[in-house]
Design a protein around this ligand. Sequence first.
Ligand code: KG4
Ligand code: ZN
Length: 324
Amino acid sequence: MKILAIETSFDDTSIAIMDNHNVLSMQTYSQIKEHVSTGGVVPEKASRLHSENIFFLIELAIKDSNVKLNELDAIVVTKGPGLVNTLQVGIVVAKTLSQSLKIPLYGVNHMTAHIYSSFINKPLTDIPEKALVLLVSGGHTTLAMISSGEISILGETKDDAVGEAFDKVGKLLDLGYPGGPAVDKIFNEFTRELFEIPVPDLPGYDFSYSGIKSFVANKKGLVESHALAAGFQKAAIDQLVNKVKKAILKRKVNTLIIGGGVATNTYLKSELSSLDISIISPRGIYALDNAAMIGYTAYYMIENNMIKPEKLTLDASSNLKVGK
Ligand code: KG4
Ligand code: ZN
């Protein structure tokens, strides 16, 4: 089955051509540089950039994959969650392609796709029957269980997402955008004693990040900024690891799937690797927002009868939830 997949939920325009589970070509344009001057993504600017670049990327992917447009079996697009304006660019292009090529259109949840991003280029049989899932990105902090494709949420953030908190702290401490990689770098290079920030402990499996972020804001100027950034990373990541440890004990699982931009954090990866669980994480470019994870997830769902073609009334769902 040959699929053309489109991802435009935030600041990456990405197109993938898939043949079943394999990526034949993926072309991504990251807008990061264009959002540095505003210290974050301005939705209108992001959607203009998506519409400027999307057709060029489609042409490139088609050429690179050697798949002709009339050989495609389906079009797949991210339908949410994300920014309405940017999602709509991808959705309109996807509808137009599906109509003109007379092939079905499928909509995929971006966060569900982050779960499956670890299996891109691998057969569907590699997906575990049951696993704990940690989704950590600029918009989400979710701990869930996945069992035979059914996702049930254990806990979520009650305020800021962990990646959002990294970005806000990066901005507060003038470390540039996005804050996550910058804070992570400081943490790794920091050899002195970091500034200790209390780790929130919400009931159950929920998370909170606004308190830690405010802690940093209140100490700004009073504490050396690198000690503060490093202390923030430790508290932010320890909170995630504490809940994962709790779930491993209570849910008796032996596999953890991680996904989302924060899953690339070096301290998170080293803390998780010391736990008694096998960790499955996406490799390289598939850890970031990308269209291959959208195409792969649609392929998995089509094969397992978990998804139906969308109607032409399909619209962006900025707050689309993952699982139950
Ligand atoms: O999944 P993603 O690429 O986009 C969505 O939000 O969907 O995640 C981006 C987020 C940003 O908030 C960024 O600061 C964070 O992931 N991030 C990191 C690291 N690399 C990216 N956060 C902590 N440590 C990192 N190394
Ligand atoms: Zn994402």
